[in-house]
Design a protein around this ligand. Structure first.
Ligand code: NAP
Length: 334
């Protein structure tokens, strides 16, 4: 593979146990030698990237490291006949940006099994406006639909609604005809959520029950939950009979304290969502949907485009829940 110099965001573990970020020059020869070398045009910032960038060993075991679980760009070299130089591609999930150098560098080198041809109907930039957040939103909706959920069943609740996964979930679900209730800790952003398609806005404490009751008044036909913890426990107790909740996040807590009553008395389904390991046939189908009938109206989604030299500011903000919508990293390509 070629030896091309490039710049990358670089996290090092210091001798005092702290983690330091800097931008350094690297060479493609230093990357893991896999099948497909890709020049990255865009990446995006996800909550997981912020964890990786700040030394969370549950996400990234080994440092130094370049985060970035998302990348879109152009194939430079490929030893797999599935991809040709010049082809536009997307890589999200698998091990990218976790223990494999990720999209916060101008080049990545990955196994061909991780690479998705850019579907017709999406640009490289749009694919990263979606990124893992959009893919996860779409995957969550896919799981609700495969369990028979229909718009006529009633309200769909989205928690963490102003975040990346939340914003895109609101946009896609509304586009598919669901009546969406958006739960948010930032009620001042209600107008944004309405523009995305939400019918009703509620505040976070309204999905945080501490009554001790095993079941609550049935309110939602289905839900997409990015919070976990007591938020998810509250949703389970508040779903209408035979409702479905797609659990995709843990911003509130990874723990779930519940009883079996929502399941055995109300027949509700708790659906697990893992975008990173989604098998390729389903992955291709989800990206096809995102490029076509599920494609959200991007002009409604708050988007900030940053360069490598600004990404650290957004990383600090996402950890403090201060980001609305999506942050896209554009590589200058020089
Ligand atoms: N399963 C998967 O494959 C997968 C893929 C992508 C992401 N995720 C997970 O999904 C979650 C969201 O990811 P993201 O990239 O969308 O992050 P994000 O952009 O930071 O959005 C998270 C949102 O959650 C809300 N929030 C923050 N703290 C909260 C709390 N204590 N209780 C309830 N809500 C809280 C905030 O929205 P409001 O202010 O509007 O409430 C925040 O904007 C993360 O846990 C992430 O790890 C999972």
């Amino acid at each position: 593979m070629k030896n091309i110099p490039f710049i990358a965001y670089w996290i090092t573990e210091e001798s005092d146990g702290s983690f330091k970020s800097q931008i350094i020059q690297r060479s493609t020869g230093d990357l893991p030698q896999n099948d497909v070398l890709i020049k990255v045009s865009f990446s995006s910032l996800n909550y997981k990237d912020a964890l990786s960038a700040t030394g969370n060993k549950g996400v990234t075991r080994r440092y130094p490291h370049t985060p970035g679980i998302d990348a879109s760009g152009i194939v430079v070299e490929s030893i797999s006949d599935r991809f040709k130089p010049g082809q536009m591609v997307i890589v999200t999930g698998y091990d990218l940006g976790m223990n494999t150098m990720g999209g916060f560098g101008e080049y990545i080198n990955v196994p061909s099994e991780w690479v998705v041809p850019l579907p017709e109907g999406l640009s490289l930039k749009e694919s990263m406006l979606l990124g893992t957040a959009g893919f996860t939103a779409a995957l969550s909706i896919h799981h609700l639909l495969r369990c028979g959920q229909k718009p006529d069943d009633g309200t769909l609740l989205v928690t963490g609604a102003t975040g990346g996964v939340g914003s895109i979930s609101v946009a896609i679900a509304s586009k598919l005809g669901f009546s969406v209730t958006a739960s948010t800790g930032k009620t001042a952003k209600a107008e944004y959520l309405i523009k995305l398609g939400a019918k009703t806005i509620i505040s976070r404490p309204e999905v945080d029950d501490h009554s001790g009751r095993m079941l609550l008044r049935p309110q939602w036909a289905s839900a997409i939950d990015t919070a976990g913890g007591n938020t998810l426990a509250t949703i389970l107790k508040s779903l209408k009979p035979h409702g479905n909740v797609a659990s995709c996040g843990n911003v509130a807590s990874p723990l779930l304290n519940t009883s079996v009553f929502p399941f055995i008395l109300n027949g509700v389904n708790l659906l697990g969502v893992n975008s990173a390991t989604t098998p390729m046939p389903l992955r291709l189908m989800i990206w096809e949907n995102l490029a076509n009938e599920w494609k959200p109206d991007f002009k409604n989604i708050y988007t900030k485009i940053v360069g490598l030299d600004e990404i650290h500011i957004s990383i600090e903000k996402i950890l403090k829940s201060k980001i609305t919508g999506r942050v896209i990293l554009e590589h200058s390509g020089k």
